[in-house]
Unconditional design. Structure first.
Length: 65
């Protein structure tokens, strides 16, 4: 994915895809790893306002005795 190559380390992203478990043996020890086969990568832009910030959060209900 060419888009991923443009991202800097630490950039927040959302990745959609499949997780692929893998195993390998090194020095007689079996290791298990996981890789992600991405279908979609989206950059998260925290500087852009979203609907959740525009709406006032609901206040928790008061406890009744």
């Amino acid at each position: 994915m060419k888009f991923a190559a443009t991202l800097k380390a630490g950039t927040p992203v959302i990745v959609e895809g499949r997780i692929k478990p893998e195993t390998y043996t090194a020095d007689g020890v079996e290791h298990k790893t996981f890789s992600i086969k991405p279908d979609c990568i989206r950059k998260i832009d925290y500087s852009a306002p979203n609907e959740a910030n525009n709406n006032k959060a609901a206040k928790p209900a008061k406890k009744t005795k």
